[in-house]
Design a protein around this ligand. Structure first.
Ligand SMILES: *Cc1c(COP(=O)(O)O)cnc(C)c1O
Length: 370
């Protein structure tokens, strides 16, 4: 089976973890601090706060940016649920805006009409590994004095104009969940150039107490700390992420070349000046294709090719978001793409031979059914 995702853990990671296990310090300690330092260097940013998930990173970011009860935060309905859950966790309202059919990212042209007096921030997602429309969205944020919280959980190492993902807003957030481009099992990182935001996030991850004065609680907080065990894996992964991303990019180049001119299939686009790191390689299976999207999924499975649907149902159609008054038809592009999207395996363990097999299998469908 060619799997849709597969964690890559090698001897370096194993050795690093064993070293921590033997050190006597297995919770948050010096290795977390070193991971944060290296992570800031890799992104070209001042501060990084390591936490135990991407969701925790996003929650810290909203807290640090001052999002609170009664505020509104603009985001996309076509993302992993955590992006919008954290808005509700801060008792604010998620205000969804439809997406662009080519990048699957939030459509800047539809943002301004959703801005009200209560709007405090825009939370764009770098979906599938391609950074959001920075030019247009940062301009809107500046005009209306809104914060930007960048969800870069799928975009480690992605670039726009040679600048790294996570650095385009006031705060950027990453996940190191087991299927992401870079992993620690579970884990996350919040990055920022704002010293105060970094301090607030550090407090929030540690029960609301400052790291200097313990047992003095300034505000509500959580236990969002990362362990040195996870950080040890992260430090090794950080050395490899560029090579891993390059392998993904190479796979996608062959795949896109092989799948071009197949009626009814739309392959991913890469915008000019953007480096897409292909956390997912997502095609659209339209009505013109010989099979439905779900038939294609099953057919690939029979041929031992894994695939996945990210995401089968836009967020506004789930019960806890519907409560805000959303209904079917509100975001037609997101709804349509949720029926057409299909992600194919391109991760670093997928070989060129695997990619050629995927191409051959899909091409045969056209021929056989003619
Ligand atoms: C994975 C992911 C998250 C959440 O990360 P966890 O580490 O699973 O909590 C948030 N947003 C997006 C877009 C993601 O892909």
């Amino acid at each position: 089976m060619i799997k849709i995702a597969q964690p890559i853990i090698k001897k370096e990671e194993i050795r690093a973890v064993v070293r921590v296990l033997k050190s006597g310090m297995i919770a948050q300690g010096p290795i977390v601090a070193e991971f944060e330092k290296r992570f800031t260097d890799s992104c070209g940013i001042k501060y990084a706060v390591a936490v135990n998930s991407g969701t925790a990173a996003l929650h810290c970011a909203l807290y640090a940016a001052g999002i609170n009860e009664g505020d509104e935060v603009i985001t996309t309905p076509f993302t992993f649920v955590a992006t919008a859950n954290v808005i509700i966790m801060q008792r604010a309202k998620p205000v969804f805006v439809d997406i662009l059919p080519d990048t699957f990212n939030i459509d800047p042209a539809k943002i301004e009409e959703k801005i009200t007096k209560k709007t405090k921030a825009i939370l764009p997602v770098d979906l599938y590994g391609q950074i959001y429309d920075v030019g247009a969205i940062n301009k809107i944020a500046k005009k209306y004095k809104l914060k930007i919280i960048e969800d870069a959980c799928q975009a480690h190492g992605a670039e726009f104009n040679h600048k790294k993902a996570g650095t385009f807003g006031d705060v950027g957030c990453f996940s190191f969940y087991a299927t992401k481009n870079m992993i620690t099992g579970e884990g996350g990182m919040m990055i920022t150039n704002n010293e105060e935001y970094a301090e607030l996030a550090k407090r929030f991850r540690h029960h609301g107490q400052s790291e200097k004065t313990r047992y003095q609680y300034f505000d509500l907080g959580f236990n969002y700390r990362m362990t040195d065990i996870a950080a040890a894996i992260g430090l090794e992964q950080l050395k490899k992420i560029n090579d891993y991303n390059e392998k993904r990019i190479k796979n996608t180049q062959i795949l896109t070349e092989g799948l071009k001119n197949i009626k009814g299939l739309i392959t991913p686009i890469i915008k000019k000046n953007y480096k897409h790191v292909f956390h997912q390689y997502t095609i659209r299976v339209t009505d013109e294709f010989k099979m439905t999207r779900d038939e294609l999924t099953n057919y690939l499975k029979e041929k031992e090719i894994g695939s996945a649907i990210f995401y089968p149902k836009p967020l506004h159609l789930h019960p806890h978001f519907k409560k805000f008054g959303y209904k079917k038809g509100d975001f037609p592009i997101a709804e349509k793409l949720s029926e057409e999207c299909l992600s194919l395996p391109v991760h670093p363990l997928v070989s060129e031979k695997d990619i050629r097999f995927i191409i051959k299998t899909i091409k045969e469908i056209q021929l056989c059914l003619n």
